[in-house]
Ligand binder design. Structure first.
Ligand SMILES: *[C@@H]1O[C@H](CO)[C@@H](O)[C@H](O)[C@H]1NC(C)=O
Ligand SMILES: *[C@@H]1O[C@H](CO)[C@@H](O)[C@H](O)[C@H]1NC(C)=O
Ligand SMILES: *[C@@H]1O[C@H](CO)[C@@H](O)[C@H](O)[C@H]1NC(C)=O
Length: 198
């Protein structure tokens, strides 16, 4: 009889230890996954504006992240006409008719605009004559010179408040019309990060 009691006691103890271990594993898993999430969020808020937003409303970041949109456009030059196309299918935020040079904005908000234009060749002795601009109708938003060492503007960036129905267009002034753009997306691209206006 005492041996049976000892046996069942051992069983109860083993069961108890198993339960404790499972609870511990669950807690450790929860701790690391939730800890990881909040860290990932704070490190991915790269722009000061977003960090500011996150600091003001600590519970809102995921809501804010849901409304931020990103688009990247690739340029094609045909007969001195520069057209833009995006791999993102929906044209809700920015739309562009096929073959058109003008991008149309469809939502009010703050736009982080990044532009890089690279030419496939350029004439070093006429460096001052190469100018690249990003315009919204008659307003110049961004302007830069082609660096004739690598025929590129490098990255030009600015945050601009735009409204639905505003337009965006890239124009290139160059002394030689044969100096066409390099269509590689890593050399010539227009990127848009959209922050909704509250
Ligand atoms: C660059 O421009 C200068 C001045 O117009 C011209 O003399 C020269 O031939 C051009 N170079 C090339 C490679 O086109
Ligand atoms: C060209 O040179 C400029 C200035 O050194 C640099 O900012 C830019 O990133 C370069 N662009 C490319 C495509 O190498
Ligand atoms: C945008 O322009 C179109 C046509 O010009 C007009 O019908 C529409 O009301 C405008 N939308 C806004 C938000 O201004």
């Amino acid at each position: 009889m005492p041996q049976t009691t000892q046996h069942s006691l051992t069983h109860v103890l083993l069961l108890w230890i198993t339960i404790l271990s499972i609870v511990q594993v669950v807690f450790i898993t929860l701790f690391f996954t939730t800890g990881h999430h909040s860290r990932a969020l704070s490190s991915s808020t790269v722009t000061p504006a977003m960090q500011l937003q996150a600091n003001i409303t600590p519970s809102a970041p995921s809501e804010l992240m849901g409304k931020v949109e990103m688009l990247t456009f690739k340029a094609t030059e045909d007969n001195r006409k520069i057209t833009w196309a995006t791999k993102n299918q929906d044209q809700i935020l920015v739309s562009v008719e096929p073959g058109e040079t003008v991008l149309k904005i469809n939502k009010d908000g703050y736009f982080l605009l990044n532009l890089q234009v690279t030419l496939s060749k350029c004439n070093r002795t006429m460096g001052s004559l190469y100018t690249v601009s990003l315009n919204s109708k008659d307003t110049v938003i961004l302007q830069g010179r082609i660096n004739t060492n690598n025929c590129s503007t490098g990255l030009l960036g600015k945050v601009e408040e735009l409204n639905a129905n505003d337009s965006l267009e890239v124009t290139i002034i160059r002394p030689n019309e044969d100096d066409i753009i390099d269509e590689n997306e890593y050399l010539t691209h227009l990127d848009i990060v959209f922050f909704p206006r509250n």
